[in-house]
Write a protein that binds this ligand. Structure first.
Ligand code: ADP
Ligand code: MG
Length: 699
């Protein structure tokens, strides 16, 4: 066994207790795991911040030098603390200790110059640093031993067991001193030479203990490349494998498609919609299975595009299914598509979790006999009892809520895997798409139907309720309808509801019957109740509809021209954008009104600003990624696909593109990585496969 794979307890300085904490808190089980626990940043110990600079450097670690001008003990009991003021020529900050007060009180001397190191925070407009490291300036030569001090992620429990950042640093030092020579190279020489990447041993050593900034840069570049490169090879191999899958030929453009296209299409298609249909038609002619992602901003018209593609498949004797993430959305697809196909000989049916047993019993044989042409539903479609006669095309709407496993399940419903189209309204920046959906082809509807006026987004504070109500009143007077969305309060469903009901009472008072009709829908209502209310709204009987986020995805009411989001600060950017997309579908000027508390966190303020200034979903997605980091993207996180230690999906676009291109070239020449120069690669990929098997359909 490679000694790097030894349990971490074998490392000098790690006893049973520390070993356990490393296991449970940091997922570090082996010496190798520890070496792969990279610092998340470095402190440049040669730099001193001026105190006046600290206002713009809160919450990061900094080092300052100054004179202590006062020290006193404040507060009682729990809030008892030692407060010392430190000053340089540019300002003064308070250093605060809640623990070991006695020690620091004796140790710190007034009028002496100290070097302090810690995280400044802003409190009551005053800069504080709590529990800084502090050393007399005259002794600081010890302090500066390493030019760049690595900072490691750690947890409270770690810290209690001597594994704060410094504790981990010590262990890493021991590990590197003793095991560095055991680390194996993972990249073939020819790749390292080509891209001028440093070797693995140096990279690991430098990422922990760099001697200068250049070493950090080189180590990071090498390790980042490795993170994305293997992933790309892996995804491309799946892609190549899948594109060898035999797929149904769907050659003919038949009667159904033509009739619908020429006589029933309610509006001309946009060029983007036409292009996408063409791309997919291309896939249908290859005899290979299609695996395609269709991206299109909210309101770009994915549904009708999907329908036309389904008609092509039905024309060629196939059945289709359309899977939506929620009951209400499946229902809506069903209604829309039924209505569009009203005069055509096509059997459209709905199957969801709430389909009654008796109805299900009636339905299933029809599916199995091939009488149902389009089956619409939720993940209920994946159940084993749902058997098709000849499923040719599976369309998945709003895929980010489905796991890739579900995609795979649908595949198995047919002798030859059906063509798969995944539709998403979450615009994904290019780099991200390349990374997460590297196994899919990509189509984009990058154009909204003509005549849409850009939605105006307005930000109000709660206290502006008079202005808000004036605005709503004016819109209703113009014949428009208003949607009001309340956030889901995760801690408590009860709170969510009572929020909504309180709002309902308020609205009813402000907008009294009989002039105004106010109603609401929420997740606790039965599907029928929801439908009744939605229908009333669609038909214009209700002026103001309050809802929890159940209406977030997909709901389509062209006459609704105002979307009011209450506590908008509680929503994520992409969710806000989705909500905004619910209006602006008619030809009228539409509005999105974001209501927030007066006090906003920095990030919340940035989100609201972005919403007010940016209408384009792709641009917003970029901002979103920047604000949140990719790990947070719904769906992608749980799948672990985006779990990179160093790589930053946005900033490292160049590395990602380089890695993808190189991976393509290598696989082009050596698809199975069988050539000797690629032996190292093959080993790495095999390891990756065992990790990720569950997330991908691997043949
Ligand atoms: P999404 O892409 O968000 O799923 P939908 O498919 O729900 O969008 O379409 C949004 C609205 O735009 C629907 O009311 C639909 O009928 C309408 N629509 C779709 N395509 C066009 C088009 N080419 N011209 C005009 N309206 C369109
Ligand atoms: Mg949709």
């Amino acid at each position: 066994m490679n000694s790097l794979n030894q349990p971490i307890v074998y490392l000098k300085g790690v006893g049973d207790k520390k070993s356990e904490v490393l296991n449970t808190e940091l997922d570090i089980f082996t010496i190798n795991d520890l070496l792969n626990h990279y610092p998340y940043r470095y402190i440049d110990k040669s730099k001193f911040y001026r105190i006046e600079e600290l206002h713009s450097h809160t919450n990061i670690y900094v080092q300052c030098k100054g004179k202590i001008i006062s020290k006193q003990i404040l507060g009682e009991n729990k809030s008892k603390r030692l407060v010392c003021e430190l000053t340089d020529n540019t300002g003064t900050i308070s250093l605060v200790w809640f623990n070991n007060i006695k020690y620091f009180q004796t140790m710190i001397e007034i009028d002496k110059v100290y070097i302090v190191f810690g995280k400044p925070t802003l409190f009551n407009l005053q800069i504080n640093m709590s529990h800084p490291e502090i050393t007399l300036a005259e002794k600081s030569n010890i302090w500066n031993q390493i030019p760049f001090m690595p900072m490691y992620n750690s947890t409270d429990k770690c810290k209690k067991n001597g594994l704060d950042s410094r504790g981990i640093e010590k262990l890493c030092k021991t590990a590197i001193d003793n095991y560095i020579n055991e680390i194996q190279e993972t990249l073939p020489d020819y790749i390292r030479e080509k891209l001028q990447l440093i070797d693995k041993q140096s990279a690991i050593k430098q990422i922990h203990f760099p001697n200068n900034a250049e070493e950090i840069k080189q180590a990071t570049r090498r390790l980042k490349f490795e993170e994305i490169f293997f992933m790309q090879i892996f995804l491309l191999q799946i892609y190549n494998h899948n594109s060898k899958n035999r797929g149904y030929l769907i050659p003919k453009v038949g009667n159904l498609f033509n009739t619908f296209y020429h006589y029933h299409l309610p509006f001309p298609l946009t060029n983007a919609q036409k292009r996408v249909i063409k791309e997919i038609r291309g896939d249908f002619l290859t005899g290979k299975q299609m695996n395609r992602l269709l991206q299109g901003d909210v309101g770009s018209g994915k549904t009708i595009t999907a329908l036309l593609i389904m008609l092509l498949a039905i024309d060629n004797g196939f059945q289709c299914c359309l899977m939506a993430p929620t009951e209400i959305l499946a229902q809506q697809h069903y209604n829309t598509i039924q209505k569009l196909l009203a005069d055509m000989p096509i059997e459209v049916r709905l199957l969801t979790g709430s389909t009654k047993v008796s109805a299900r019993k009636e339905l299933l044989p029809h599916i199995a006999q091939g009488n149902v042409h389009i089956l619409i539903g939720t993940h209920a479609l994946c159940e084993d009892t749902v058997v098709f006669k000849k499923l040719g095309l599976a369309i998945i709407d709003e895929q980010h809520r489905f796991g890739v496993e579900q995609r795979a399940k649908l595949w198995k419903k047919s002798l030859i895997p059906p063509h798969v189209l995944v539709m998403t309204a979450t615009p994904i920046p290019r780099t991200l798409a390349m990374t997460v959906y590297g196994d899919l082809d990509l189509s984009v509807i990058d154009e909204l139907p003509v005549g849409r006026k850009p939605i105006k987004t307005i930000h109000f504070y709660k206290k502006d309720s008079i202005k808000i109500n004036q605005f709503i009143r004016a819109e209703i007077a113009k014949g428009r309808q208003i949607l009001v969305v309340y956030p889901l309060i995760e801690e408590s469903e009860k709170l969510t509801l009572s929020n909504l009901i309180d709002g309902y009472e308020e609205f009813k008072q402000t907008f009294p019957e009989p002039t105004y009709h106010v109603s609401f829908v929420h997740g606790k209502m039965s599907a029928e109740e929801k439908d009744t209310e939605m229908l009333k709204f669609k038909q214009g009987e209700v002026h103001i509809l309050l809802a929890t986020t159940v209406i977030e995805v997909g709901i389509d009411v062209p006459n609704a021209s105002v979307m009011v989001v209450v506590n908008a600060e509680r929503f994520g950017l992409s969710q806000l954008h989705q909500l905004r997309g619910r209006v602006g579908r008619g030809g009228e000027q539409s509005y999105c009104v974001l209501i927030t508390d007066y006090q906003l966190s920095n990030d919340a303020r940035k989100r609201i600003e972005a919403m007010v200034n940016i209408n384009n979903g792709f641009e917003l997605a970029d901002v979103d990624l920047r604000l949140r980091g990719p790990g947070d993207l719904s769906g992608t996180q749980q799948s672990g696909i985006l779990h990179f230690k160093l790589l930053n999906i946005i900033e490292d676009e160049r590395i990602i593109v380089t890695a993808r291109e190189l991976a393509k070239n290598i696989l082009h020449d050596d698809p199975n990585l069988a050539q000797p120069q690629n032996a190292l690669l093959n080993t790495q990929i095999e390891q990756l496969k065992t990790y990720k098997k569950n997330y991908y359909q691997i043949g």
